[in-house]
Ligand binder design. Structure first.
Ligand code: SME
Length: 162
C-alpha cells in the first residue's frame, strides 16, 4: 500500500509539473547521463529517449552532418527520412542558418519535408562543435504550435551539453 501510494504521489507531482519544471529535471538528467559517457551515438540515443518520454512528442531524434549531408541518427518515433540536403526542409535550413527554427504549422513552412503526415509543428535545434553545425536535434508534434520560446531556450541549453 505504501509503495503504491509513493508511486502514485510521484506520478501526481510529475503531472503537476509545468513545462519549465519538466525541462529543469530533464536538463539535470541529461547532464548526469552525458557526464558518464563519451560516445556520441550512445548519448544521442539516450537524450532522444529522455526528451521523447518526458513530453510524449510524435518524433524526437538527431540528424548528423556527414559528408555535407544530414544523415539520420538515433531517434524515437516512426520511421523517418534518412538523408536531408543542406538548406532543404526545416532541418537543412536550421543547419544553413546555424540557428534554432520553431515552426508553428509545418504546412506554412516552404520546403518542409514531411517524413510523417501526422506532424503538425516542429522545432529544430543545431548542435555546434568549434563553431560548426555538426548535427541537429529535430522534434515533431502531431499538434499545431507545440513549441515556443521555452522549448527553444531549454533545448538549446540541453544540446550545449554534448
Ligand atoms: N520535417 C523535417 C524532416 C525530418 S522529419 O520531420 C523527422 C524537415 O523538414 O527537415
Amino acid at each position: 500500500m505504501y509503495v503504491f501510494f509513493t508511486i502514485f504521489a510521484h506520478n501526481l507531482s510529475y503531472f503537476a509539473m509545468n513545462k519549465t519544471e519538466k525541462y529543469q529535471l530533464l536538463y539535470e538528467q541529461v547532464k548526469a547521463l552525458l557526464n558518464k559517457e563519451n560516445d556520441e551515438i550512445a548519448n544521442m540515443a539516450n537524450v532522444a529517449a529522455l526528451i521523447h518520454e518526458t513530453f510524449k512528442f510524435w518524433w524526437t531524434g538527431f540528424y548528423r552532418v556527414i559528408d555535407n549531408e544530414l544523415v539520420l541518427g538515433p531517434f524515437q518515433g516512426p520511421v523517418a527520412c534518412t538523408r536531408i540536403a543542406y538548406s532543404k526542409g526545416v532541418c537543412g535550413t536550421s543547419w544553413k542558418e546555424a540557428q534554432t527554427i520553431v515552426v508553428k504549422n509545418v504546412h506554412d513552412f516552404p520546403g518542409h519535408i514531411a517524413c510523417s503526415s501526422a506532424s503538425q509543428s516542429e522545432i529544430v535545434v543545431p548542435i555546434f562543435k568549434e563553431n560548426q553545425v555538426v548535427a541537429v536535434l529535430d522534434i515533431d508534434s502531431e499538434r499545431l504550435a507545440t513549441f515556443d520560446e521555452t522549448d527553444k531556450e531549454w533545448l538549446e541549453k540541453i544540446v550545449e551539453l554534448f
